[in-house]
Design a protein around this ligand. Structure first.
Ligand code: SF4
Ligand code: SF4
Length: 224
């Protein structure tokens, strides 16, 4: 029938319109800001830097490798490397960022910085109420403003954060086992060196014998 599709579409619209007054599933809007819709786990807006422990500065996972800075499409990340080192999450001495800024007014929430970070150091926040009248200073976040605890990360992305924790724990266990094996090998080598240097363990010295002479049976000549 001519116009059947239009009538069906209008019927669906009318059903949704009327239903939105009586059906909870159809109430897709809330009276913001008095009411807030729950933030879903996969929500993302702007990046933050994860730290472990209670000291944000000592616990930052970032090692200032600058991969995210290079890969960020609008180039809104700015990093300055340290000249000294501090232990990372596996205890390995690492460079760290003395400066890590993100210009949130330029960031396009693409999450590329998160994808390329090899250290699980940068993640996407769900905080969106960031408007300010200070266009420049107010939206340029330094490392202290960007720092968020691992507990906070768990609170906003529990599934992802649990996977990351498991991965990091596995890497740490591997690193610990490697360090233990290296220490054991070094100790064994040192013990061997000490034993070789101890006179009682050394082989008895035999008096030097005169040069031996051998006869080549084929040629019947004496070699010595
Ligand atoms: S989310 Fe994208 S635009 Fe924003 S800082 Fe990361 S890489 Fe840059
Ligand atoms: S956030 Fe990650 S990718 Fe960026 S500098 Fe730090 S460790 Fe490197």
């Amino acid at each position: 029938m001519l116009g059947e599709g239009i009538l069906k579409g209008l019927g669906e619209t009318a059903r949704n319109f009327a239903g939105s007054f009586v059906s909870a599933e159809r109430l897709t809007t809330v009276q913001y800001p008095e009411e807030r819709a729950p933030v879903i786990e996969d929500t993302r807006d702007f990046p933050f830097l994860v730290y472990d422990g209670s000291d944000w500065e000592a616990g930052l996972r970032c090692v200032a490798c600058q991969i995210c800075e290079k890969e960020c499409p609008p180039k809104c990340i700015y990093i300055v490397k340290s000249t000294d080192k501090k232990p990372d999450y596996v205890g390995k001495p690492q460079i760290y960022p003395t400066r890590f800024d993100i210009d949130i007014s330029v960031c396009m929430s693409c999450q590329i910085c998160v994808e390329v970070c090899p250290f699980e150091a940068i993640k996407m926040d769900t905080q969106f109420e960031l408007s300010t009248t200070d266009r420049f200073g107010g939206l340029l976040y330094d490392r202290k403003e960007l720092a968020r605890s691992n507990e906070y990360y768990h609170s906003i992305h529990p599934t992802e954060a649990a996977e990351v924790d498991a991965r990091l724990a596995e890497e740490k266990a591997k690193s610990d086992a490697k360090a233990k094996a290296a220490a054991a090998a070094a100790a064994a080598k040192a013990a061997g060196t000490v034993a070789a240097a101890t006179p009682s363990a050394a082989k008895p010295v035999t008096p030097a014998s005169p040069p031996s002479t051998t006869v080549d049976p084929a040629e019947g000549e004496t070699k010595g």
